[in-house]
Design a protein around this ligand. Structure first.
Ligand code: SIN
Length: 309
């Protein structure tokens, strides 16, 4: 029985529903080309700012058996670099993530992307980086999110999705869904890391990363139940808008659970950092094996069908 794990959303076709989260191993041209030559179904860039950024001081990434804590601070090559590499990535969906430090940064990058025509296939607007000192996560400020999206869609008419922070309260799911419904959003990515978490090393009596007094974004196993909950909430509240799941996907079983909650495609973050690009082939194999056991041939047979009544 041939098992199909392809995904189609917003006019993009992915031979595998699995691809990288904007975060690990997608900053340099070399890393993007590695992803392009891997079994990932798409290539997503590190969140860009208008110019090059070195990011936060190191150590800024920590992992243990339960997941990761990062405070990278948006190190990236700048938007021009992510546009200019597009020509070398043309046989796979290529999505550029942007995370301006201000509204004008975001508008500047979107104008540039608009001018570049079809160079990139889609944009993921990151509303949720918790790691820039002094800058709030815009996705937690509902009025600012709405005001930003109003301007965004005045200058950009390509495919644009948003990457949300995790929400923890039903009223927040409801409010954010109401805002997103008013715009031609191409997809919603749920979720970014749980912001401003703290891991303590008892032996050294110290924090484990240097920026922001040790506070950073929590990913990996720590994040998965929250990621699943957010995918489920937005899948139900935003019919017709594809939801991309991210948070703690290490195995085919994790991917299966995200699809059951309603995810159209799945991003891999902490596990990509740990295992490297081979994770895409392994997770795809595990997902296909599980689907075969259950008698499923394609993702649409179980997408969103979590029994929750
Ligand atoms: C970072 O670069 O600090 C992580 C990006 C993000 O969480 O959006």
């Amino acid at each position: 029985m041939s098992i199909d794990i392809s995904a189609r959303f917003s006019g993009l076709t992915l031979s595998s529903c699995l691809f990288n989260a904007s975060g690990p191993r997608c900053t340099s041209s070399g890393e993007l080309l590695e992803l392009y030559n891997s079994k990932a179904g798409a290539v997503l860039s590190k969140s860009a700012t208008p110019g090059f950024r070195v990011g936060n001081p190191k150590p800024r990434y920590f992992e243990n058996q339960f997941g990761s804590l990062n405070s990278m601070g948006l190190p990236n090559e700048g938007i021009e670099s992510y546009i200019s590499i597009a020509a070398q990535l043309s046989n796979k969906a290529y999505i550029v993530s942007i995370a301006g430090l201000s509204k004008s940064d975001n508008m500047q990058m979107l104008r540039r992307l608009q001018k570049s025509g079809q160079a990139v296939d889609a944009v993921e607007l990151n509303l949720s980086c918790p790691n820039v000192p002094g800058k709030a996560q815009i996705g937690y400020d509902f009025d600012s999110t709405k005001a930003l999206l109003e301007e965004v869609f005045q200058v950009f008419d390509g495919k644009l999705g948003v990457k949300l922070p995790p929400y923890f309260d039903m009223i927040h799911f409801e409010q954010m869904a109401a805002i997103l419904k008013a715009f031609p959003i191409a997809f919603v990515t749920c979720v970014n890391s749980i912001g401003n978490a703290l891991i303590v090393d008892a032996e050294s009596e110290s924090v484990v990363i240097r920026p922001k007094s040790g506070f950073g974004g929590l990913g990996g196993d720590y994040l998965k139940p929250t990621g699943l909950a957010n995918v489920r909430q937005f899948y139900k509240r935003l019919p017709g808008i594809p939801v991309i799941g991210v948070g703690g996907v290490k195995t085919g079983l994790d991917a299966f659970e995200y699809i059951l909650c309603g995810a159209t495609a799945i991003q891999v973050g902490s596990q990509l950092m740990r295992e490297g690009i081979d994770c895409f082939e392994r997770i795809a194999f595990e997902l296909k094996t599980l689907m075969k056991t259950k008698g499923y041939k394609k993702l649409s047979q179980f997408r969103g069908k979590l029994k929750d009544g």
